[in-house]
Design a protein around this ligand. Sequence first.
Ligand code: NAD
Length: 351
Amino acid sequence: MNIIVTGGAGFIGSALIRYLIQHTEHHVLNIDKLTYASNLSSLDSVKDDPRYRFIQADICDQRITELINEFRPNLIMNLAAESHVDRSIDSAAPFVQTNIIGTFNLLEASRHYYSALDDVQKQSFRFHHISTDEVYGDLHGTTDLFTEETAYHPSSPYAASKASSDHLVRAWYRTYGLSVVLTNCSNNYGSYQFPEKLIPLMILNAYEGKSLPIYGQGAQIRDWLHVDDHVEALYQVATQGKVGETYNIGGHNEIRNIDVVQQICAMMDELAPKAYAHAQLITYVTDRPGHDNRYAIDASKIAQDIGWTPKQTFATGLAKTVKWYLDNLDWCQGIAQGQYSRERLGQLETT
Ligand code: NAD
Protein backbone atom coordinates (compact mmCIF):
# COMPACT_ATOMS: atom_id res chain seq x y z
CA MET A 1 0.00 0.00 0.00
CA ASN A 2 0.89 3.64 -0.36
CA ILE A 3 0.05 5.44 2.88
CA ILE A 4 0.00 9.19 3.48
CA VAL A 5 0.46 10.12 7.13
CA THR A 6 -0.18 13.79 7.90
CA GLY A 7 1.44 15.15 11.06
CA GLY A 8 4.05 12.40 10.89
CA ALA A 9 6.70 14.48 12.63
CA GLY A 10 4.56 14.78 15.77
CA PHE A 11 4.33 12.45 18.74
CA ILE A 12 1.77 9.89 17.53
CA GLY A 13 2.44 10.36 13.81
CA SER A 14 6.15 9.56 14.23
CA ALA A 15 5.33 6.47 16.31
CA LEU A 16 2.92 5.38 13.57
CA ILE A 17 5.52 5.86 10.83
CA ARG A 18 8.17 3.95 12.78
CA TYR A 19 5.62 1.15 13.20
CA LEU A 20 4.64 1.13 9.49
CA ILE A 21 8.22 1.08 8.23
CA GLN A 22 9.45 -1.45 10.80
CA HIS A 23 6.47 -3.84 10.83
CA THR A 24 4.89 -3.65 7.35
CA GLU A 25 5.98 -3.51 3.71
CA HIS A 26 4.04 -0.32 2.91
CA HIS A 27 5.36 2.89 1.42
CA VAL A 28 4.81 5.99 3.55
CA LEU A 29 4.65 9.66 2.62
CA ASN A 30 4.88 11.92 5.67
CA ILE A 31 3.28 15.34 5.11
CA ASP A 32 4.02 17.73 7.96
CA LYS A 33 4.17 21.51 8.25
CA LEU A 34 6.86 21.21 10.95
CA THR A 35 5.28 23.39 13.62
CA TYR A 36 6.92 23.92 17.02
CA ALA A 37 5.47 20.53 18.14
CA SER A 38 7.22 18.52 15.44
CA ASN A 39 10.59 16.85 15.63
CA LEU A 40 12.01 15.12 12.58
CA SER A 41 14.69 13.47 14.71
CA SER A 42 11.92 11.22 16.09
CA LEU A 43 12.14 9.56 12.65
CA ASP A 44 15.91 9.06 12.57
CA SER A 45 15.50 5.27 12.75
CA VAL A 46 13.49 5.16 9.49
CA LYS A 47 14.51 8.29 7.58
CA ASP A 48 16.88 6.46 5.21
CA ASP A 49 14.50 3.65 4.37
CA PRO A 50 13.58 3.78 0.65
CA ARG A 51 9.92 3.19 1.56
CA TYR A 52 9.80 6.44 3.57
CA ARG A 53 9.50 9.94 2.14
CA PHE A 54 8.95 13.31 3.83
CA ILE A 55 7.46 16.47 2.38
CA GLN A 56 7.08 19.67 4.33
CA ALA A 57 3.61 20.99 3.55
CA ASP A 58 0.58 22.49 5.26
CA ILE A 59 -2.64 20.45 5.09
CA CYS A 60 -4.48 23.75 4.50
CA ASP A 61 -2.53 24.32 1.28
CA GLN A 62 -3.93 23.67 -2.20
CA ARG A 63 -0.72 21.78 -2.94
CA ILE A 64 -2.19 18.83 -1.02
CA THR A 65 -4.24 17.90 -4.09
CA GLU A 66 -1.07 17.60 -6.18
CA LEU A 67 0.69 15.54 -3.52
CA ILE A 68 -2.22 13.10 -3.29
CA ASN A 69 -2.52 12.76 -7.05
CA GLU A 70 1.20 12.18 -7.38
CA PHE A 71 1.64 9.66 -4.51
CA ARG A 72 -1.63 7.79 -5.28
CA PRO A 73 -2.40 6.60 -1.73
CA ASN A 74 -4.54 3.60 -0.78
CA LEU A 75 -4.77 5.07 2.69
CA ILE A 76 -4.63 8.58 4.14
CA MET A 77 -4.18 8.82 7.92
CA ASN A 78 -4.84 12.34 9.17
CA LEU A 79 -2.94 13.13 12.35
CA ALA A 80 -1.87 16.69 11.55
CA ALA A 81 -3.32 18.94 14.20
CA GLU A 82 -2.73 21.62 16.74
CA SER A 83 -3.01 19.45 19.83
CA HIS A 84 -2.29 21.38 23.01
CA VAL A 85 -5.34 22.42 25.06
CA ASP A 86 -3.70 25.31 26.92
CA ARG A 87 -2.44 26.84 23.70
CA SER A 88 -5.98 26.63 22.26
CA ILE A 89 -7.26 28.64 25.23
CA ASP A 90 -4.60 31.33 24.67
CA SER A 91 -5.12 31.48 20.91
CA ALA A 92 -7.75 29.41 19.11
CA ALA A 93 -7.08 30.62 15.54
CA PRO A 94 -4.40 28.05 14.58
CA PHE A 95 -6.69 25.30 15.93
CA VAL A 96 -9.59 26.42 13.75
CA GLN A 97 -7.25 26.77 10.79
CA THR A 98 -5.42 23.44 10.93
CA ASN A 99 -7.94 21.19 12.65
CA ILE A 100 -11.05 22.38 10.78
CA ILE A 101 -9.94 24.08 7.54
CA GLY A 102 -7.01 21.69 7.12
CA THR A 103 -9.24 18.63 7.50
CA PHE A 104 -11.75 20.18 5.08
CA ASN A 105 -8.98 20.76 2.53
CA LEU A 106 -7.74 17.17 2.88
CA LEU A 107 -11.28 15.82 2.54
CA GLU A 108 -11.89 17.81 -0.63
CA ALA A 109 -8.59 16.71 -2.17
CA SER A 110 -9.33 13.10 -1.16
CA ARG A 111 -12.87 13.25 -2.54
CA HIS A 112 -11.70 14.37 -5.98
CA TYR A 113 -8.91 11.77 -6.00
CA TYR A 114 -11.33 9.03 -4.83
CA SER A 115 -13.99 9.86 -7.42
CA ALA A 116 -11.44 9.22 -10.20
CA LEU A 117 -10.49 5.74 -8.90
CA ASP A 118 -11.93 2.61 -10.50
CA ASP A 119 -14.25 0.34 -8.48
CA VAL A 120 -11.48 -2.01 -7.35
CA GLN A 121 -9.26 0.86 -6.22
CA LYS A 122 -12.23 2.46 -4.44
CA GLN A 123 -12.81 -0.76 -2.49
CA SER A 124 -9.35 -0.62 -1.00
CA PHE A 125 -9.14 3.16 -0.33
CA ARG A 126 -9.62 4.59 3.18
CA PHE A 127 -9.47 8.07 4.69
CA HIS A 128 -8.70 7.53 8.37
CA HIS A 129 -9.32 10.52 10.62
CA ILE A 130 -7.56 10.37 13.99
CA SER A 131 -9.38 12.14 16.80
CA THR A 132 -9.68 12.42 20.56
CA ASP A 133 -12.06 11.45 23.36
CA GLU A 134 -12.09 15.14 24.34
CA VAL A 135 -14.86 15.70 21.76
CA TYR A 136 -17.26 14.03 24.22
CA GLY A 137 -16.70 16.61 26.98
CA ASP A 138 -16.36 15.15 30.44
CA LEU A 139 -17.91 12.56 32.73
CA HIS A 140 -19.07 13.44 36.22
CA GLY A 141 -19.96 9.98 37.48
CA THR A 142 -17.31 7.47 38.47
CA THR A 143 -18.35 4.50 36.35
CA ASP A 144 -19.90 5.81 33.10
CA LEU A 145 -17.84 5.58 29.90
CA PHE A 146 -17.67 7.27 26.50
CA THR A 147 -19.06 5.02 23.78
CA GLU A 148 -19.17 5.67 20.05
CA GLU A 149 -22.78 6.86 20.57
CA THR A 150 -21.98 9.45 23.27
CA ALA A 151 -23.11 12.93 22.18
CA TYR A 152 -20.41 15.51 21.48
CA HIS A 153 -19.94 18.19 24.20
CA PRO A 154 -16.46 19.63 23.65
CA SER A 155 -15.21 21.99 26.38
CA SER A 156 -12.01 23.59 25.05
CA PRO A 157 -11.31 25.30 21.72
CA TYR A 158 -9.03 22.32 20.92
CA ALA A 159 -11.80 19.79 21.58
CA ALA A 160 -14.36 21.90 19.66
CA SER A 161 -12.04 22.09 16.64
CA LYS A 162 -11.51 18.31 16.70
CA ALA A 163 -15.29 17.76 17.08
CA SER A 164 -15.87 19.97 14.02
CA SER A 165 -13.36 17.99 12.00
CA ASP A 166 -15.04 14.70 13.00
CA HIS A 167 -18.39 16.07 11.79
CA LEU A 168 -16.87 17.09 8.47
CA VAL A 169 -15.40 13.60 7.96
CA ARG A 170 -18.78 11.93 8.66
CA ALA A 171 -20.51 14.39 6.31
CA TRP A 172 -18.05 13.58 3.50
CA TYR A 173 -18.94 9.91 4.02
CA ARG A 174 -22.71 10.44 4.08
CA THR A 175 -22.91 13.08 1.37
CA TYR A 176 -20.12 12.19 -1.03
CA GLY A 177 -19.59 8.51 -0.21
CA LEU A 178 -15.90 9.03 0.63
CA SER A 179 -14.58 5.84 2.22
CA VAL A 180 -13.75 6.94 5.78
CA VAL A 181 -13.05 5.47 9.21
CA LEU A 182 -12.68 7.46 12.43
CA THR A 183 -11.01 6.77 15.75
CA ASN A 184 -11.34 8.67 19.03
CA CYS A 185 -8.59 7.90 21.47
CA SER A 186 -7.83 8.68 25.09
CA ASN A 187 -4.66 10.39 26.41
CA ASN A 188 -1.46 9.00 24.96
CA TYR A 189 1.95 8.84 26.58
CA GLY A 190 5.29 7.28 25.64
CA SER A 191 8.66 8.13 24.14
CA TYR A 192 9.18 11.17 21.85
CA GLN A 193 6.25 13.10 23.33
CA PHE A 194 6.75 16.85 23.29
CA PRO A 195 7.64 17.99 26.81
CA GLU A 196 4.72 20.40 27.20
CA LYS A 197 2.45 17.40 27.91
CA LEU A 198 1.96 16.15 31.46
CA ILE A 199 4.11 13.02 31.64
CA PRO A 200 7.30 14.17 29.86
CA LEU A 201 7.03 17.58 31.50
CA MET A 202 6.92 16.06 34.96
CA ILE A 203 9.79 13.66 34.23
CA LEU A 204 12.04 16.42 32.92
CA ASN A 205 11.13 18.96 35.59
CA ALA A 206 11.71 16.33 38.28
CA TYR A 207 15.08 15.45 36.74
CA GLU A 208 16.11 19.12 36.79
CA GLY A 209 14.77 19.71 40.33
CA LYS A 210 12.11 22.16 39.06
CA SER A 211 8.59 22.46 40.44
CA LEU A 212 5.91 20.01 39.30
CA PRO A 213 2.84 22.19 38.65
CA ILE A 214 -0.52 20.45 39.15
CA TYR A 215 -3.77 22.08 38.10
CA GLY A 216 -6.30 22.48 40.95
CA GLN A 217 -6.00 19.51 43.29
CA GLY A 218 -4.92 17.13 40.54
CA ALA A 219 -8.20 15.25 40.88
CA GLN A 220 -8.95 15.15 37.12
CA ILE A 221 -9.05 11.62 35.79
CA ARG A 222 -7.67 10.58 32.40
CA ASP A 223 -7.60 7.19 30.69
CA TRP A 224 -3.96 6.68 29.65
CA LEU A 225 -2.88 4.65 26.64
CA HIS A 226 0.69 3.90 25.59
CA VAL A 227 1.39 5.35 22.13
CA ASP A 228 2.66 1.99 20.81
CA ASP A 229 -0.73 0.46 21.64
CA HIS A 230 -2.45 3.39 19.93
CA VAL A 231 -0.54 3.04 16.67
CA GLU A 232 -1.26 -0.70 16.50
CA ALA A 233 -4.94 0.08 17.00
CA LEU A 234 -4.76 2.73 14.25
CA TYR A 235 -3.22 0.31 11.79
CA GLN A 236 -5.79 -2.37 12.58
CA VAL A 237 -8.71 0.03 12.20
CA ALA A 238 -7.28 1.43 8.95
CA THR A 239 -6.92 -2.05 7.46
CA GLN A 240 -9.83 -3.95 9.06
CA GLY A 241 -12.32 -1.28 10.16
CA LYS A 242 -15.70 -1.01 8.50
CA VAL A 243 -16.20 1.99 6.21
CA GLY A 244 -18.18 4.80 7.84
CA GLU A 245 -17.61 3.49 11.35
CA THR A 246 -16.07 5.10 14.42
CA TYR A 247 -13.97 3.19 16.94
CA ASN A 248 -13.09 4.40 20.42
CA ILE A 249 -9.58 3.50 21.58
CA GLY A 250 -8.68 3.48 25.27
CA GLY A 251 -6.28 1.97 27.73
CA HIS A 252 -8.56 0.98 30.66
CA ASN A 253 -6.15 2.98 32.81
CA GLU A 254 -8.19 5.61 34.63
CA ILE A 255 -5.87 7.56 36.89
CA ARG A 256 -6.03 10.93 38.68
CA ASN A 257 -3.41 13.43 37.49
CA ILE A 258 -1.91 13.69 40.99
CA ASP A 259 -1.48 9.91 41.10
CA VAL A 260 0.29 9.94 37.73
CA VAL A 261 2.73 12.53 39.08
CA GLN A 262 3.22 10.64 42.35
CA GLN A 263 4.06 7.49 40.38
CA ILE A 264 6.59 9.40 38.27
CA CYS A 265 8.15 10.82 41.45
CA ALA A 266 8.49 7.33 42.94
CA MET A 267 10.20 6.08 39.75
CA MET A 268 12.51 9.10 39.70
CA ASP A 269 13.45 8.47 43.35
CA GLU A 270 14.67 5.08 42.21
CA LEU A 271 16.23 5.91 38.82
CA ALA A 272 17.63 9.41 39.43
CA PRO A 273 17.82 9.81 43.21
CA LYS A 274 18.28 13.19 44.85
CA ALA A 275 18.89 14.22 48.45
CA TYR A 276 15.13 14.83 48.76
CA ALA A 277 12.01 12.97 47.57
CA HIS A 278 10.89 14.19 44.12
CA ALA A 279 7.29 14.47 45.41
CA GLN A 280 8.42 17.52 47.40
CA LEU A 281 8.60 19.39 44.07
CA ILE A 282 4.81 19.13 43.55
CA THR A 283 3.06 22.53 43.59
CA TYR A 284 -0.65 23.16 43.09
CA VAL A 285 -1.55 25.93 40.64
CA THR A 286 -4.85 27.60 39.66
CA ASP A 287 -7.01 25.22 37.69
CA ARG A 288 -7.38 25.50 33.91
CA PRO A 289 -10.62 27.24 32.79
CA GLY A 290 -13.19 24.69 31.56
CA HIS A 291 -11.02 21.83 32.80
CA ASP A 292 -12.75 18.51 32.14
CA ASN A 293 -13.26 16.33 35.19
CA ARG A 294 -13.00 12.78 33.94
CA TYR A 295 -12.50 10.96 30.63
CA ALA A 296 -12.92 7.22 30.30
CA ILE A 297 -13.34 5.14 27.17
CA ASP A 298 -15.46 2.11 26.49
CA ALA A 299 -13.18 0.30 24.01
CA SER A 300 -15.36 -2.80 23.66
CA LYS A 301 -16.32 -2.17 20.02
CA ILE A 302 -12.75 -2.23 18.73
CA ALA A 303 -12.05 -5.29 20.90
CA GLN A 304 -15.08 -7.19 19.59
CA ASP A 305 -15.05 -6.13 15.93
CA ILE A 306 -11.31 -5.95 15.31
CA GLY A 307 -9.73 -7.87 18.16
CA TRP A 308 -7.52 -5.03 19.40
CA THR A 309 -6.73 -4.68 23.11
CA PRO A 310 -3.82 -2.77 24.69
CA LYS A 311 -0.64 -4.68 25.55
CA GLN A 312 0.86 -2.23 28.06
CA THR A 313 -0.46 -1.65 31.56
CA PHE A 314 0.09 1.85 32.92
CA ALA A 315 2.80 0.56 35.25
CA THR A 316 4.81 -1.13 32.47
CA GLY A 317 4.29 1.73 30.00
CA LEU A 318 5.18 4.45 32.49
CA ALA A 319 8.35 2.67 33.64
CA LYS A 320 9.44 2.34 29.98
CA THR A 321 8.65 6.00 29.35
CA VAL A 322 10.51 7.38 32.38
CA LYS A 323 13.53 5.31 31.43
CA TRP A 324 13.35 6.48 27.80
CA TYR A 325 13.38 10.17 28.78
CA LEU A 326 16.30 9.67 31.15
CA ASP A 327 18.22 7.80 28.42
CA ASN A 328 17.37 10.39 25.73
CA LEU A 329 18.05 13.72 27.36
CA ASP A 330 19.73 14.77 24.08
CA TRP A 331 16.42 14.55 22.23
CA CYS A 332 14.80 16.74 24.90
CA GLN A 333 17.75 19.13 24.90
CA GLY A 334 17.35 19.63 21.13
CA ILE A 335 13.81 20.77 21.71
CA ALA A 336 14.67 23.00 24.65
CA GLN A 337 17.20 24.84 22.49
CA GLY A 338 14.83 25.23 19.56
CA GLN A 339 11.79 27.43 19.08
CA TYR A 340 10.25 26.04 22.21
CA SER A 341 11.40 26.14 25.76
CA ARG A 342 9.54 24.84 28.74
CA GLU A 343 10.31 28.00 30.68
CA ARG A 344 8.58 30.15 28.08
CA LEU A 345 5.29 28.36 28.41
CA GLY A 346 4.77 29.27 32.04
CA GLN A 347 1.96 27.12 33.26
CA LEU A 348 1.48 23.82 31.85
CA GLU A 349 -0.65 21.21 30.65
CA THR A 350 -2.42 18.06 31.58
CA THR A 351 -3.68 16.54 28.35
P1 NAD B 1 1.50 16.63 18.02
O1 NAD B 1 1.16 18.04 18.39
O2 NAD B 1 2.61 15.96 18.72
O3 NAD B 1 1.84 16.55 16.45
C1 NAD B 1 1.07 17.21 15.49
C2 NAD B 1 1.88 17.25 14.19
O4 NAD B 1 1.05 17.88 13.20
C3 NAD B 1 3.17 18.07 14.30
O5 NAD B 1 4.26 17.37 13.73
C4 NAD B 1 2.86 19.33 13.49
O6 NAD B 1 4.01 19.89 12.86
C5 NAD B 1 1.86 18.81 12.48
N1 NAD B 1 0.99 19.88 11.97
C6 NAD B 1 0.34 20.83 12.69
N2 NAD B 1 -0.34 21.65 11.86
C7 NAD B 1 -0.15 21.18 10.60
C8 NAD B 1 -0.60 21.59 9.32
N3 NAD B 1 -1.39 22.66 9.17
N4 NAD B 1 -0.21 20.87 8.24
C9 NAD B 1 0.62 19.79 8.37
N5 NAD B 1 1.09 19.39 9.56
C10 NAD B 1 0.71 20.07 10.66
O7 NAD B 1 0.15 15.82 18.16
P2 NAD B 1 -0.07 14.30 18.60
O8 NAD B 1 -0.14 14.24 20.07
O9 NAD B 1 0.88 13.46 17.85
O10 NAD B 1 -1.55 14.06 18.05
C11 NAD B 1 -1.77 13.60 16.72
C12 NAD B 1 -3.26 13.48 16.48
O11 NAD B 1 -3.84 12.58 17.42
C13 NAD B 1 -4.01 14.80 16.64
O12 NAD B 1 -5.00 14.87 15.66
C14 NAD B 1 -4.64 14.70 18.02
O13 NAD B 1 -5.85 15.42 18.07
C15 NAD B 1 -4.89 13.22 18.11
N6 NAD B 1 -4.91 12.67 19.47
C16 NAD B 1 -3.87 12.92 20.33
C17 NAD B 1 -3.89 12.36 21.61
C18 NAD B 1 -2.75 12.58 22.59
O14 NAD B 1 -2.88 12.20 23.76
N7 NAD B 1 -1.63 13.14 22.18
C19 NAD B 1 -4.97 11.58 22.01
C20 NAD B 1 -6.00 11.33 21.10
C21 NAD B 1 -5.95 11.88 19.84
